[in-house]
Write a protein that binds this ligand. Sequence first.
Ligand SMILES: CC(C)(COP(=O)(O)OP(=O)(O)OC[C@H]1O[C@@H](n2cnc3c(N)ncnc32)[C@H](O)[C@@H]1OP(=O)(O)O)[C@@H](O)C(=O)NCCC(=O)NCCS
Length: 169
Amino acid sequence: MEIRAEKLEDVKEIRAVNVAAFGRENEANLVDQLRGIDNTFSFVAIESEQIVGHIFFSPVEIIGGYSEQLIMLGLAPLAVLPQYQRQGFGSLLIRHSLKKCSDLGYKAVVVLGYPEYYSRFGFISAKDKGLKCEYLVPDDVFMVLELQNGALDGYCGTVKYRSEFQECE
Ligand SMILES: CC(C)(COP(=O)(O)OP(=O)(O)OC[C@H]1O[C@@H](n2cnc3c(N)ncnc32)[C@H](O)[C@@H]1OP(=O)(O)O)[C@@H](O)C(=O)NCCC(=O)NCCS
């Protein structure tokens, strides 16, 4: 089991992992659209020389007219091939990539996902930090993790993803 940053030659396999995990092409298309944009990060999980999992991060911003924007990322999508799920690949991808984002100086990460799953990695309801999702979603599925203690102090408002996400649904 190995986690590493995406390489040029991984593009096709990453697409296949997302299509298989989500059972549709939307997330794979989203990754293809966002790839290469500033502040995007892509990591893969390898097992027996095959890509079995993938995680992607893209920049988000807090709408609120702040003079200094918080350097924050959105985690999405996260995908593990169905036959490799529940074997720790998703957890490893999350832990590894969050450490990299933290090392790179990013302050916080938001995610739209399963609360029982993401709370394992320290994510809490974004509402508790005064953050709201731009999409109409239940409070508990929009979560945030500070990569540095107190990073979100003084910030609140609506979090906006890149416009490509609107085309994803
Ligand atoms: C969600 C996903 C990425 C998890 O990856 P994984 O490699 O299977 O996860 P791990 O092996 O690290 O963790 C497994 C644990 O996550 C839990 N889990 C998996 N999917 C879950 C879900 N939908 N809701 C809550 N918990 C979930 C499992 O119950 C398991 O718990 P256990 O450790 O107590 O047995 C994977 O199931 C997947 O690709 N799903 C389809 C795509 C998707 O929904 N992506 C997430 C979008 S937010």
